[in-house]
Design a protein around this ligand. Structure first.
Ligand SMILES: Cc1cc2nc3c(=O)[nH]c(=O)nc-3n(C[C@H](O)[C@H](O)[C@H](O)COP(=O)(O)O)c2cc1C
Length: 149
């Protein structure tokens, strides 16, 4: 799958104590238009897994091509460090959304399917918006930029 280029997103949710949590993902896929559904695959070992499934809502924050530091931040370190000195705000469905996202999708959990060591979390889109900036791209374990016209 590393040969398949993807965008990069940070999935966010609210933990049991009301704190924002999140992790970097590239398993984001559109699923349905009517109703509007998307999915992400979350590792059972993720510290954010239960917050995403149990809170019943999650946000998807697509990253700009300037978002490498954000991607690394949400793929490493502790949960507490990730939101340190970071601008975010609650979305329409209540998920913590990053201020500097390329686009955002606020979702309610529609279904959760266990598949191997991940959970396929299907979200019903409550609201979304986007900017016209370029996306961060991930390919063969490296960040890339879009090239060409
Ligand atoms: C580009 C990129 C894509 C990733 N995609 C996923 C993904 O789709 N699902 C997943 O569970 N982890 C994914 N990860 C790994 C998590 O971001 C990483 O394991 C993170 O430390 C999990 O944090 P948590 O345990 O606090 O939730 C990805 C990491 C990177 C750098």
């Amino acid at each position: 799958m590393g040969t398949f280029p993807t965008g990069v997103a940070v999935v966010t949710a609210t933990g049991a104590g009301g704190e924002p949590v999140g992790l970097t993902v590239n398993s984001l896929t559109s699923v349905s238009l009517y109703p509007p559904l998307i999915l992400v695959c979350i590792d059972h070992g993720s510290a954010s897994h239960d917050a995403i499934v149990d809170s019943g809502r999650f946000g998807v924050n697509l990253l700009k091509d300037s978002g490498r530091e954000l991607s690394d931040r949400f793929a490493t370190g502790t949960r507490e460090d990730r939101f340190q000195d970071l601008g975010w705000h609650p979305g329409p469905a209540g998920s913590p959304l990053l201020d500097d996202a390329l686009a955002w999708i606020d979702c309610e959990v529609y279904q959760a399917h266990v598949a191997g060591d991940h959970t396929i979390v299907v979200g019903r889109v409550v609201d979304c918006d986007h900017t016209d900036d370029d996306p961060l791209v991930y390919h063969r374990g490296r960040y890339r930029k879009l090239a060409g016209p």
